[in-house]
Design a protein around this ligand. Structure first.
Ligand code: GLN
Length: 505
């Protein structure tokens, strides 16, 4: 039995049967993480994790004694990794930035409280692009994370540490955040399943804000069932987040009930109608991604899904609108890092003005500064109407186009990223190329719709490829049901990078 290849739910079941204890399981993942070569984690919390594991074990033992196992969550005692822009009290939360390298938040994020309540064991904090700005996890102050499938390549980003941790067998599942694709794209690059929930279904309280109207927290896992289990724990209303917009946590009973047969699961594909935007495949997409995605669509057909092609308007405007809005919100959100209240303060300043200037100049990296400058520019009085207001109008039009599409189809299906994982250093000098790579993912954030990435095959160089499903607001259950049906019928998600990590050792 190799725990590091098992899904989070499989490990949870093992723990409830008391075939292993939570501290034993936790130790295995901590040991693996300590010798990690991919740089998935920024920090490990060995003491905290072992304490949480002992507590979880007590809950499991008590439940077994009292016959009250149903009170345990499916993931009680199971380790998890958390992206380092999500606050955990008692440790350091850095957002991958020099600005916050010693920042100890005085409270935990709501998702962290919910994980604790469910008996999850948090192993540590995973690497990310600085303040989640990027698509490769190369802009972190703590250095890049490597892709477990091929350590010369990026894991995607910005939740690249979370993705590398799961794909490399260093955590059974992980929590990330997605402002323009940061859960889905690293999931695709690392052969995982990841979901960006509907805006408002998971609390953002305690998530370090990048672009507040786009940010969402969500899970990355080895399959759709693990994502469902994690999302059922972290979703739900929260009075600490005024944009929380859901009356109860998702239950996902149609996915998580282990009594449901494989036949019944795959049957779901026969009843769904999938819309495929033809313009997604016209230009800028690598041949292997295109071929594999189209083959997956054909396969969906053979499983009985109804596929219809359609033209999704305004695709060319999604990336420009996203980078204007995200930059504008980032420039405002990041103004709080002034060297006075939080984080890094330059020692070279002579007066307060210089202190602001030098603290921000020295504390932020190049990409963050680029976004702040872009955002400040589009919000400045002379350009506000020309850029920011126009981008908001375009956002509204994109939302109308997507609402029409998800009104007509159960899901919109397309690629996640135009390429597979690229070489470290390959794109970092070309920000525009990096931004254009977000073309398939940003619309789900602009519209607030839920979107999922799941494996659909391998491309050149033996690198995983993902497909994306976008659904109606709050249709997470349907998205995960479709993904679960697909994964019951196929084996793409079962390829593990894990072996290749060992080979490279
Ligand atoms: N790559 C996108 C950006 O740089 C998305 C980042 C994210 O989702 N956090 O803004």
């Amino acid at each position: 039995m190799d725990l590091r290849k098992m899904t989070a739910l499989e490990i949870g079941a093992l723990l409830r049967k008391r075939e292993m204890s939570s501290p034993e399981v936790t130790k295995i993942f901590l040991d693996a993480a300590t010798t990690d070569l991919t740089g998935a984690y920024i920090s490990l919390d060995e003491d905290g994790a072992l304490r949480a594991a002992a507590n979880a074990q007590e809950r499991i033992d008590t439940a077994a004694r009292d016959g009250s196992e149903e009170e345990l969550s499916l993931l009680t005692g199971v380790p998890v990794a958390v992206k380092d822009n999500i606050c955990i009290e008692g440790g350091v939360t850095t957002a991958g930035s020099k600005m916050l390298r010693n920042f100890a938040p005085p409270y935990s994020a709501t998702v962290v409280d919910r994980l604790h309540r469910a008996g999850a064991v948090i192993l540590g904090k995973t690497n990310l692009d600085e303040f989640a700005m990027g698509g490769s996890t190369e802009t972190s102050h703590f250095g890049p994370t490597k892709n477990p499938w091929d350590t010369s390549r990026v894991p995607g980003g910005s939740s690249g540490g979370s993705a590398a941790a799961v794909a490399g067998g260093l955590a059974p599942y992980a929590i990330g955040s997605d402002t323009g694709g940061s859960i889905r794209q690293p999931s695709a690059f690392c052969g995982l399943t990841g979901i960006k929930p509907t805006y408002g279904s998971v609390s953002r309280f305690g998530l370090m804000a990048y672009a507040s109207s786009l940010d969402q927290i969500g899970p990355l896992g080895l399959d759709a069932k693990d994502c469902a289990a994690a999302l059922s724990i972290i979703s739900g209303p929260d009075e600490k987040d005024s944009t929380s917009n859901i009356s109860a946590p998702f239950s996902f009973s149609n996915i998580l009930d282990s009594q449901i047969s494989e036949e019944e699961r795959t049957k779901k594909l026969k009843t769904i109608k999938i819309g495929v935007p033809t313009n997604y495949f016209k230009e800028g997409i690598a041949e292997d991604v295109k071929k594999t995605t189209l083959a997956a669509i054909e396969k969906m057909k053979t499983f009985g899904a109804t596929i219809e092609e359609f033209d999704l308007p305004l695709m060319d405007y999604a990336v420009p609108a996203y980078y204007i809005i995200a930059g504008a919100e980032a420039s405002s959100n990041l103004s709080r890092y002034d060297g006075v209240k939080y984080g890094y303060r330059s020692k070279n300043a002579q007066d307060i003005r210089e202190s602001y200037f030098l603290s921000r100049s020295e504390g932020f990296g190049t990409e963050v500064k680029r976004r702040i400058m872009l955002g400040t520019f589009v919000l400045s009085s002379g350009y506000f109407d020309a850029y920011y207001m126009k981008a908001l109008r375009v956002r509204r039009l994109i939302k109308e186009a997507f609402d029409a599409a998800v009104g007509k189809y159960d899901v919109v299906l397309g690629p996640v990223s135009p390429t597979t994982a690229y070489e470290i250093g390959g794109q970092i000098e070309d920000p525009l190329a990096m931004y254009m790579a977000d073309v398939y993912t940003v619309s789900a954030n602009l519209t607030g719709l839920p979107a999922l990435s799941m494996p659909c095959g391998m491309g050149e160089n033996n690198l995983p490829i993902g497909i994306q499903l976008i659904g109606k607001a709050f249709s997470e259950e349907k998205l995960l049901e479709i993904a679960d049906a697909w994964q019951t019928a196929t084996d793409y998600h079962k390829c593990r990078a894990f072996e290749s990590v060992l080979l490279q050792k």
